[in-house]
Structure formats: C-alpha cells, structure tokens
Design a protein. Sequence first.
Length: 209
Amino acid sequence: MGKVYVFDHPLIQHKLTYIRDKNTGTKEFRELVDEVGTLMAFEITRDMPLEEIDVETPVQTAKAKVLSGKKIALVPILRAGLGMVEGVLKLIPAAKVGHIGLYRDPETLKPVEYYVKLPTDVEEREFIVVDPMLATGGSAVEAIYALKKRGAKNIKFMCLIAAPEGVEVMQEAHPDVDIYIAALDEKLNDHGYIIPGLGDAGDRLFGTK
C-alpha cells in the first residue's frame, strides 16, 4: 500500500492557512501556492540518490556529493495543477514537464482523458503528479492510469489538501504510488468539495468562476 506523507512543517502550515482564507485574492493565492509547491518539493526530494565526486575547493581536493542524475518529470493535472509547477521547478529546474488534461463526463461523472503530452523517455523517469486537491480521487487515479499505460513505473502524487475518501480511492487503485500532502482534511461534502478545504483551486488560481 502506498504511504501517505503529511508535511507538518511550520512554514507549509502557515502558508496553507492563508491559501484557505476566502479573503486571499488571486495574486496572493497564486504566490502562496507557488511557495508551498517549493517547500513541498524540498520534502518530496528527500530520498533522491546521491553520488560522490572529487571537487577542488580553494584549499584542497575534497569528496563531495551530487545528485546522481535521476531523471524527474513533473506532471500537472490541468488546469489547477499548473499552479504548483513553477514552485517545484525552482528546486528541480532540470525536470521535464508533461501535462495531463481530464474533463468530467456529464453523464457518468467519470474523468475522461482529453490531452496527454509527456517526455519521450517515460520508462526512465520518476514522475511527480501535482494537483492542489485530492477530493474524490477520480482525476488523480485517471491521470496515473494515463501515465502507467504509457510506460511510467515510478510515480509520486503531490497535492496541497486531501480528503480521506480521495486518499482511500487512490490507495486502492494505485497501491504503488506514495501520496504527499500538506493537509489531510475532514471529509467531502455532498457536492464533492473538501471540508474545510479551500474552495475551487482552479477558480482561485486563475480568477474564474
């Protein structure tokens, strides 16, 4: 079963409070999501492999560690996932960025894939799928299926806020995918919104209703 990591770092929790606040405007909301994306990227990369090299300091030759060149791909789920991309890229600027677009079928209410664009070397990369919310879990589950059927083997999922229902759905569908979240909220309401949540992440990021 995939593990669930809840990031309780004070800076993440502080910024998340203002992300939740309904009085936070679009500009500030976007900046805060970007900043939390960077802070979460710091945590999610904790297990990245290192190798030792020789480096010339001003004093002498020394053994020092560098990243061992593991290839990372960042994949936002359109559209709200776009709000977290730049924040993560600040820490991992060499990561390739893919995109997955999904829409909800009005009759079945299930997510349907409409756009997928990924780096060509899918099987060699570690994928980090990003979306601010894990509510029902439908979009995240479908996005990860889209990656797997194209050959992805190593996938992590990162979001700001998750509902217990969404986490359960994800773990059942993708037991090999670890979930990284800033907060695990109480529940979903009758309309599929996370309680207490932050409202509609896409609308608040892009100023739409």
